[in-house]
Ligand binder design. Structure first.
Ligand code: PLP
Length: 223
């Protein structure tokens, strides 16, 4: 199967309210261009250096999403062009993103990563930490950040019940925040996007309320 046909198959199976991020990490520019020529404009990468190299070589109408864990000292390299950072999991990181965005007089959209999986290795905050960040004075004063939603990764398992439980948990947190006073009163918090679901579990994620799926191997092949 070609990249273009994989992409078209997936796109035609997604409900209209779900945005597709084509996860192109480790893949060469030629592969990304095949997806681009088939109409894809949103690409996800997990390493800033690799993303920046691809950004330099590829058309300017691409939206680049950082989906990996971000080191504070590397934010400056993507600040000029990144359109959404999915894996933000601390006030310290938000502070640095805000600082770099201000240098370019722009607003950078971010998703806060929530820890929903059983594995210790997956990054993210719990519900209490999320609330602490969103209600902090430091956050409210950040004029160059907009938190547009949440992101999460389920446990890597065959157990669909477990995956469903974790995605539902994240959806519940998202809905709670969306309906809270916080989202009415906090100018830089506009929860619209719920980023959950990858190649192996995106159908479950969509059934649980995902609005953005991050799909790599089902489009570009295994890594
Ligand atoms: C690699 C990656 C994906 C895509 O994974 P696939 O299984 O190849 O679809 C999605 N989200 C994150 C955070 C990733 O690192």
């Amino acid at each position: 199967m070609s990249i273009a046909s994989n992409l078209n198959d997936i796109k035609s199976s997604l409900p209209p309210h779900v945005t597709l991020v084509a996860v192109s990490k480790t893949k060469p520019v030629a592969d990304l261009m095949e997806a681009y020529n088939a109409g894809q404009r949103i690409f996800g990468e997990n390493k800033i250096q690799e993303m920046t190299e691809k950004w330099e070589q590829m058309p300017r109408d691409i939206q680049w999403h950082m989906i990996g864990h971000v080191q504070t000292n590397k934010v400056k390299y993507m600040a000029p062009y990144v359109s959404l950072i999915h894996g933000v999991d601390s006030l310290k990181l938000l502070t640095e993103i805000n600082r770099q965005a201000a240098r370019y007089r722009k607003t950078i959209n971010c998703l806060l990563q929530v820890h929903i999986a059983e594995e210790e290795t997956k990054f993210g905050m719990d519900e209490a930490e999320l609330t602490t960040v969103l209600t902090s004075d430091e956050f409210k004063q950040m004029q160059n950040i907009c938190v547009t939603g949440l992101m999460g990764m389920a446990t890597f398992t065959e157990d669909e019940t477990q995956i469903k439980k974790e995605f539902t948990h994240l959806k519940n947190i998202f809905d709670k925040l969306k309906q809270s006073e916080l989202s009415e009163k906090t100018l830089n918090f506009k929860p619209e996007t719920l980023s959950m679901g990858m190649s192996g579990d995106y159908k479950i994620a969509i059934a649980c309320g995902s609005t953005m799926v991050r799909i790599g191997s089902s489009i570009f092949g295994s890594r």
